[in-house]
Design a protein around this ligand. Structure first.
Ligand SMILES: [Zn+2]
Length: 215
C-alpha cells in the first residue's frame, strides 16, 4: 500500500499544534523524550471518536497509557502464541510500565455494543460471518448479552449491555495471571467506568454493590 501526502485538514491541524501546544510545553516534551514514559494509569476505552479520553481526564503527554478497541473490551486470557493486541498492551502496561491504575471505560450510544446486541439477537448476519473481524471481536461480550436479554425496552437493554461490557472486561481481566498478581500485591487497582456522552457524566462501578455511581 502506497503512502499518500496527509490531507490538508490533518497537516494544518498538526502545524497549529506544533506552533501552540508544543511550543508552550517544549521542556516537558523534551524531558519525556529523554527520560521515557512513566504513566500513572492505563485506560482501555472504545475507539469511538466521540469518547475524548485525554480531554475528560485532563491528560498531558506522558500521563496515561491508552488502549482503544471496538467497545473497549478486554478479551479473556488466551496464551496460544497468536498475536493478541489488547492482551499485549495490557501485559506491557502492568509488567513493564507498572501502571498503578487500570481503567476500563465504556460509553453511551456505543455502536460496538449495539453490534454485539444485534449479533447475539440473530439480527446481524454480516457480523456472524467467520471473516468478520468485528463480529469475532464482539463475541467477547456475548455473556453480557445473556445478562440483559430479558430487559424489554431496547434502549434500556442497550444501556445495560454497555455497562455489562465493563463488567465482562473486568471479569476477563481477572483471568490474566499477571493482573491478578499485581492486584494481590497491592500495586495495581482496577476501575470500571461508563461515560454518558450526551450529559457529559461519568459513572464508576462500585465493586461492593455492583452498581454504577456518578462521579
Ligand atoms: Zn463504543
Amino acid at each position: 500500500m502506497q503512502s499518500e501526502p496527509l490531507p490538508e485538514m490533518l497537516a494544518g491541524r498538526f502545524r497549529n499544534w506544533r506552533a501552540s501546544d508544543f511550543e508552550k510545553n517544549r521542556e516537558r516534551y523534551a524531558a519525556l523524550a529523554a527520560n521515557g514514559q512513566a504513566p500513572a494509569a492505563m485506560i482501555i476505552s472504545c475507539c469511538d471518536s466521540r469518547v475524548l479520553v485525554s480531554e475528560m481526564f485532563g491528560a498531558g503527554a506522558g500521563d496515561y497509557f491508552m488502549h482503544r478497541n471496538i467497545a473497549g473490551l478486554v478479551p479473556p486470557y488466551q496464551a496460544d502464541g497468536e498475536p493478541h493486541g489488547t492482551s499485549a498492551t495490557l501485559e506491557f502496561a502492568v509488567n513493564t510500565l507498572r501502571v498503578r491504575h487500570l481503567i476500563v471505560l465504556g460509553h453511551s450510544g456505543c455502536g460496538g455494543v449495539r453490534g454485539c446486541h444485534d449479533l447475539c439477537a440473530g439480527n446481524a448476519p454480516e457480523l456472524a460471518q467467520p471473516e468478520s473481524f468485528v463480529g469475532s471481536w464482539l463475541r467477547i461480550l456475548a455473556p453480557g448479552y445473556e445478562a440483559v436479554r430479558h430487559i424489554p425496552d431496547l434502549s434500556a437493554r442497550l444501556a445495560a449491555l454497555e455497562k455489562e461490557a465493563v463488567r465482562v472486561s473486568l471479569r476477563n481481566l481477572d483471568t490474566f495471571p499477571f493482573v491478578r498478581e499485581a492486584v494481590a500485591e497491592g500495586r495495581l487497582s482496577v476501575h470500571g467506568a461508563w461515560k454518558n456522552l450526551r450529559e457529559g457524566e461519568l459513572e464508576v462501578l462500585d465493586g461492593s454493590t455492583d452498581t454504577f455511581v456518578a462521579v
